[in-house]
Design a protein around this ligand. Sequence first.
Ligand code: THU
Length: 160
Amino acid sequence: MKKIDVVASATVYDDVSELPSNVQLLMNKAIEARNNAYAPYSKFSVGAAMLLENNQIILGNNQESAAYPSGMCAERVAIWKAGSDFPGVKVKQLAITASSSISKVDRPVGPCGACRQTLSEYEINQKEPIEIYFMGEVGKIVKTESLLSLLPFSFDSTYL
Ligand code: THU
């Protein structure tokens, strides 16, 4: 028996003004997307903006349903839009932001487990890391160099 360390590293920015200007732009697009979220039940709006290698920016936001489990997260709306409209085009960066009409979201909101799994499929296929930046409505932004750094011991097609 031996113990191993599973290490994830991230960069933390104090606020949006610290981000490189191209990432600020992407985060502003994510905010735009967040403002169009359809989240009448949770009141929790999430926006995602993805930069593709062809310079297209793909937006997604959460879409809820009165039949709650039928809703969908912002990140998966965005990645499936990208996969559907631009199959095979690599995703370079993903910016995520979340806000709530119930309380101020002042800490970074990372993608949920199901979104991480879905995004990992694309990162693995494109053989290039996707930089991920995530924040709340205000406050710090976390950056990870890849999706897989957020998903240790993940399941992938090699098991099938
Ligand atoms: N949500 C996202 O859009 N992305 C996440 O990664 C976490 C959660 C949405 C789903 C639901 O509409 C609302 O946030 C509350 O869970």
